[in-house]
Each structure stands twice: as C-alpha cells, then as structure tokens.
Design a protein around this ligand. Structure first.
Ligand SMILES: N[C@@H](CCC(=O)N[C@@H](CS)C(=O)NCC(=O)O)C(=O)O
Length: 216
C-alpha cells in the first residue's frame, strides 16, 4: 500500500477497546491524531465513520474508516509490517485468532454480566468468568506460548495487546468488592505476561496521554 498520510483514531479514553488500538499503533511506531468522542453526544462526523455499530474505536486512514477493534488490530498489523504482531505460521495465526475471538465472544460479554447482575446471579457470573480465564490460560499454554515474557514470545503480539489491556482493567475491577478477577494463583502464565506488558513504555505513554481525557 502507498504510504498513508492521514491517520485518525476516534475513541473514548475510558474504553479498553480504544486503548488496545493506541497500543498497537504505538508498537508499530505509527503517528496518528487522536479524537476523543463524546459518547453521549456523538458527532455527525463520527456517526458517518461507523453508521452500523456507532461505537468507538474507529481508525480512519486517508479518509477510509475501519471500525471494530479486533479488525483494526489486524488491519494495523497487515498495513505496518514491523514489528509483526502475529506469528509467521498460518496455523499459529489461526490459534491466535481463535483465542482472541474467545475473549471477544465469551469473556467480554461475561464481564458485562458481572457488572449488570447482583446476588446469586452475580456469584455465578463471576465463577463462570474465572472458569473462562482458566480455559484461556490452559488454551494459550497448549496452543501458543513457548517462552515469555510475552504470549507471543520475546516481543508482544495481538494477544498480548488484548490480554494485557483487558487484564490491567480487570485488576482494578471495583464493581464487586473483595472479588479478584485476575488471580496469580489461578492464571499464573497470563499474569506474568500481563506484568511484562504493563512495563512497556508504549503502555505507560498511552496511559499518560489518555489521562487528560479522564479528568473531565
Ligand atoms: N466490538 C466493538 C465494541 C466497541 C465498544 O463497545 N465501544 C464502546 C466504548 S468501550 C462504545 O462505543 N459505546 C458507545 C455506545 O454503545 O453507544 C469493538 O471491539 O470495537
């Protein structure tokens, strides 16, 4: 592809999906303009970018919008080749996509159930979520992980972006006092990769940059 000139990211600083895209762009060293979207008052300009889902993030490259964070992450990896965020091997890539899909299709909705339920239903939702985390840990160990510090090896890949970002948010999950959703005893391998991810400069820079939108 010809060198893109104009890269814009429409997002919401509070959202994990937006944070993932920030991280991926920074991992690739791509310069971009960030536009914070007021989700309570979505602009016409933003709605034109994502008329189907009307959600952030949306990456806009030379005027062409790309919605949906998992699609955006893969677009970024295919467009800016270095450093690669996916394995070279096609079978391993299918495994990465499988577990990314598991997180998006199963774990994200389940974390919403925890937030939106109470009592016995919430207790069950937490138990189910912890079971999913264990399934993810075992699956990644079996299918992808060879040696750390990251899931993808010596450098972070798409699963590190997704699991590192969501894990950092879930560590500070305050909706249910006393409940630990990210537990080193239960998911030691994922926790060690999350710790390595949290130490990356691009993660710290993103947190710092987005913090200006959180005070408002
Ligand atoms: N599947 C979407 C989910 C994005 C999403 O849920 N975005 C939230 C913010 S974190 C949003 O835009 N909410 C506004 C709304 O639903 O109106 C993705 O991966 O990009």
């Amino acid at each position: 592809m010809a060198e893109a000139k104009d890269i814009k990211l429409f997002g919401a600083a509070r959202g994990g999906f937006t944070t993932m895209v920030h991280h991926a762009l920074r991992l690739k060293g791509v310069s971009f303009d960030y536009i914070e979207v007021d989700l309570k008052n979505k602009s016409e300009e933003f709605l034109r970018m994502n008329p189907v889902h009307k959600k952030v993030p949306v990456l806009v490259v030379d005027g062409k919008p790309i919605p949906e964070s998992l699609i955006i992450l893969q677009y970024i990896d295919e467009t800016w080749k270095e450093p690669p965020l996916m394995p070279q091997d096609a079978y391993l890539r299918s495994k990465v996509r499988f577990w990314a899909d598991f997180i998006y299709q199963k774990m994200s909705p389940q974390s919403r159930v925890i937030r939106e339920s109470e009592g016995v239903a919430q207790k069950q939702a937490i138990e189910d979520f912890l079971g999913q985390y264990k399934t993810l840990e075992d699956g990644i160990k079996e299918d992808i992980y060879v040696q750390g510090p990251f899931i993808h090896g010596e450098s972070p890949g798409i699963l590190d972006v997704i699991i590192g970002t969501t894990g950092a948010r879930l560590k500070h999950f305050k909706h249910v006092p006393g409940v630990k959703l990210v537990d080193k005893e239960q998911i030691p391998l994922l926790c060690s990769t999350m710790d390595a991810y949290a130490e990356l400069d691009i993660v710290k820079e993103t947190t710092e940059m987005l913090s200006q939108y959180l005070d408002a």
